[in-house]
Design a protein around this ligand. Structure first.
Ligand code: HEM
Ligand code: HEM
Length: 172
């Protein structure tokens, strides 16, 4: 990505918004199911759908990380101090790490094969019940941490916009 521009490139933008939709949907619907009562068949349908879309999302997320490493970042927004830039960079890195852990634990906690729209099969990778339970616990906690961090991401964005820094425009 050119260091002279203050915009993310088209690929970064598309990958960010696809990721945002998948992660927001999987987080909101997953947490809703965990904390509120729902008809069992609706709950199962949502869970099965979420497993499918998040599995398809894995290669897209790998592409996003590759793109980010290869093309870097645009110039920081004007008016941001070096400390704020470092803090934002830390928060974004943490988001990438948490999403990776959520995806990894999700795949490793599966106690069945997943057939993705008749396209391919994601096999059950672990057989040992205690390892499966470990990754199930990890999935639940990393998902909740990720949801918290996404709330902070949105709060920081709103704060910058209120202060007159047009951050959102960089990703549109
Ligand atoms: C973008 C990535 C993902 C997000 C944001 C996400 C989010 C969530 C959330 C919020 C829950 C509910 C957690 C709770 O009970 O507090 C959940 C549960 C679950 N997730 Fe994920 N998930 C993701 C990826 C995956 C993947 C890749 C798989 C498997 C291939 C998976 C399989 C499951 C299953 C089976 C449950 C139900 C767990 C249970 O009820 O015991 N998830 N997910
Ligand atoms: C409606 C929801 C969202 C909005 C409006 C939004 C907006 C933005 C904006 C404007 C930026 C650019 C920040 C900058 O100028 O440096 C950004 C970057 C970023 N966003 Fe979001 N975002 C949303 C959801 C999410 C979600 C759910 C994630 C989940 C992981 C996420 C992860 C990231 C990451 C990792 C970056 C840094 C990009 C990079 O440095 O490669 N965003 N977001």
């Amino acid at each position: 990505m050119s260091k002279l521009t203050s915009q993310f490139d088209m690929t970064a933008k598309y990958l960010h918004w696809i990721s945002a939709v998948v992660i927001l949907w999987a987080s909101i619907s997953g947490l809703y199911i965990a904390f509120f009562e729902l008809e069992p068949h609706i709950k199962i349908s949502i869970l099965n759908f979420n497993v499918l879309i998040t599995t398809i999302f894995i290669p897209l997320f790998c592409w996003r990380i590759y793109h980010r490493i290869k093309h870097g970042l645009p110039q920081p927004p004007p008016g941001m101090s070096a400390l704020e830039v470092k803090f934002a960079h830390f928060g974004h890195t943490l988001l990438y790490v948490l999403v990776s852990l959520v995806l990894l634990s999700g795949v490793l906690m599966m106690d069945r094969d997943v057939t993705v729209f008749q396209l391919f099969i994601l096999p059950q990778l672990l057989q040992d019940q205690s390892s499966i339970q470990f990754f199930e616990g990890m999935h639940l906690y990393t998902c909740r941490l990720l949801a918290l961090l996404v709330i902070c991401h949105l709060a920081a964005l709103i704060k910058h916009e209120i202060m007159g820094r047009r951050i959102l425009k960089r990703m549109l």
